[in-house]
Design a protein around this ligand. Structure first.
Ligand code: SPV
Ligand code: MG
Length: 290
């Protein structure tokens, strides 16, 4: 059974799946051990890992390389954040083929123009494609996938662009008609009112995905009570948690003039050995090195 089929089955069984952003194989391993249903190969997190803004600066090759590395160390299905699909419908055809081969189980494509600007930045330039052009990109994605279970998730940025719920619903309907398996509806409002209202109003044929980065109070029971939402993506928590931990540790080392205090508060190197799979490698050395 493909991982894409596993993801579809899990959505059907559980009603809501929890997908954690990863920017590296190590963060994907930690997400899997914590119990998440899948990995979000986040454009924001990978951009931040390179110290760059999330503005179409990371290439498809860079994102694919990381996705392959993640797929090599995690058994979870991967939902690939392919931003705008790297260009027009022709670029999407190429991207879907590459991402399927690299080990993704799903892609999210957003209806912004290329190059994009990250969604949550205050005052960010947010331009949307004409509906017909984005429908063409969704149709191109659907016609390219070879595994019929591979999910094509259409993301509308209508609320992010300030175009209102009516436009967001109309776009979501049009993308569903183009064949999208799910709709990702994103909002940067600091409370969940836009998303709650959209989810209640949604009467389309496919379920919804959300990314509660700006409105963290919308927890799993509240999401389930809304209905229609079947996937929740935790979009930037890994990179924020890692940044918090490193800022704190690095500052303490400078303040303390050494590592004599912080070493007690961080994982021992043996935990890193475990996550690296050192035990198996040492066993392999005994077996095979002559
Ligand atoms: C990402 O994680 O790259 C996302 C979510 O697309 S957000 O940054 O909130 O747009
Ligand atoms: Mg993104």
């Amino acid at each position: 059974m493909s991982k894409a089929k596993q993801l579809r089955d899990r959505i059907a069984e559980r009603g809501l799946v929890h997908i954690m952003a990863a920017h590296s194989p190590l963060s994907a391993v930690l997400a899997e051990e914590a119990g998440f249903d899948g990995i979000w190969a986040s454009g924001f997190e990978l951009s931040a890992l390179y110290g760059l803004p999330d503005m179409s600066l990371i290439s498809m090759t860079q994102h694919l390389d990381m996705l392959r590395a993640i797929a090599g160390r995690s058994s979870l299905p991967i939902v690939a954040d392919i931003d705008t699909g790297y260009g027009n419908a022709i670029n999407v055809i190429h991207a879907i083929s590459e991402y399927e081969h690299a080990g993704a189980s799903a892609v999210v494509i957003e209806d912004k123009t290329f190059p994009k600007v990250t969604s949550l930045a205050a005052g960010g330039r947010q331009e949307l494609l004409p509906v017909a052009e984005f429908r063409g990109k969704i149709e191109a994605a659907i016609s390219t996938r070879t595994d019929p279970d591979f999910l094509v998730i259409a993301r509308t940025e209508a609320l992010i662009a300030g175009l209102g719920e009516e436009e967001a619903l109309a776009r979501a309907k049009a993308y569903t008609q183009a064949g999208a398996d799910m709709i990702l509806i994103h909002s940067k409002k600091k409370d969940p009112s836009e998303i709650e209202s959209f989810a209640r109003a949604w009467d389309g044929d496919v379920p919804l995905t959300i990314v509660p980065n700006a409105y963290p109070e919308l927890d799993a029971p509240l999401i389930q009570a809304l209905g229609n939402i079947r996937m929740v993506i935790y979009g930037n928590y890994g990179i924020r948690a890692a940044t918090t931990a490193m800022q704190d540790t690095f500052r303490r080392i400078i303040a303390d003039g050494g590592v004599q205090n912080v070493h007690k508060d961080i994982v021992p190197v043996e935990e890193i050995f475990r996550l690296q799979g050192m035990e198996k490698t040492q066993a392999d050395e005994k077996r095979f090195l002559r």
